[in-house]
Design a protein around this ligand. Structure first.
Ligand code: SF4
Length: 263
């Protein structure tokens, strides 16, 4: 929209924080988008999330932990009690931190800058309005152009639906537990390699013999982690049903995330 003058002023740059675990369709679409923009798109990364989320470390006092974590659903295999890992450590580590680092670099911010140096646009649509936040830093302000224009996700897809524009896929890690059943189904049917990657990731997270490479073996993990809300292995979940099992697009994520992940 900025490139076509529908919103202004023209941005200096765009930043894409890459968890290195997006489906191939997202990277393909971004490749296409870059050819349409008159400003650079910086791809920044903090590494591969799926590897970091599996790597178990041991603290000096012997506690095992993973440096980052994904918001898994959990099930106590003795009592059957189900829960959820709260917070958004992966978003902070793999989205917010690298985005902020690059934004500071572009704005020339070194230390505690008191002057306003940059306006950062965040592409949250009207149906995600509760994800808006103030930046909390004097050198930057957040701006939400789609909300200013009262555009919903549907409006965005319609705007992009012109000839020659491939439909934008939802940007999120292939294994994100916040996927709705619709998205899991889409991955399974349209990007089977990405779905299989999610299945393999869940199996690795749960793998009880891999003490050095399993979230299930960390100190704060007494239940079994799952990617699907039902706490059924992803490979066995019946995704053909219309019942979304409460995993709608708005399921619990909107209040937690500042809109850096596209789930
Ligand atoms: S898309 Fe999901 S798994 Fe990936 S960083 Fe965001 S919240 Fe975490």
């Amino acid at each position: 929209m900025a490139a076509e003058g529908a919103v202004g002023p023209m941005p200096v740059a765009a930043i894409f924080a890459d968890t290195q675990d997006e489906p191939a369709g997202v990277y393909k679409w971004l490749d296409w988008l870059e050819t349409k923009l008159p400003y650079p798109v910086y791809r920044v990364t903090n590494g591969k999330l799926s590897e970091r989320a599996l790597l178990v470390k041991t603290s000096k006092d012997g506690r095992r932990y993973t440096q980052t974590s994904v918001p898994y659903f959990t099930k106590d295999m003795e009592t059957g009690d189900r829960g959820k890992i709260m917070g958004r450590i992966c978003t902070a580590d793999f989205k917010l931190k690298p985005l902020l680092k690059k934004a500071k670099e572009l704005a020339g911010v070194r230390r505690a800058e008191k002057e306003l140096r940059a306006i950062q646009w965040i592409g949250i649509s009207l149906d995600e309005v509760q994800r808006m936040r103030v930046s909390g830093m004097a050198w930057t302000k957040n701006r939400y152009p789609l909300i200013e224009m009262e555009m919903t996700r549907h409006d965005c897809l319609r705007w992009m639906g012109k000839p020659g524009c491939p439909p934008p896929p939802r940007s999120a890690c292939v294994f994100c537990p916040y996927h709705s059943n619709n998205e899991w189904r889409r991955l399974k049917n349209e990007e089977p390699a990405a779905f299989e990657q999610a299945v393999q990731f869940e199996q690795a997270v749960q793998f009880e013999q891999a003490v050095q490479l399993s979230k299930a073996h960390t100190q704060n993990m007494t239940s079994k982690p799952f990617l699907h809300r039902s706490c059924v292995p992803l490979s066995e979940v019946d995704l053909s049903t219309d019942n979304e099992r409460g995993q709608s697009l708005l399921s619990g994520f909107n209040n937690e995330c500042q809109g850096m992940c596209g789930v």
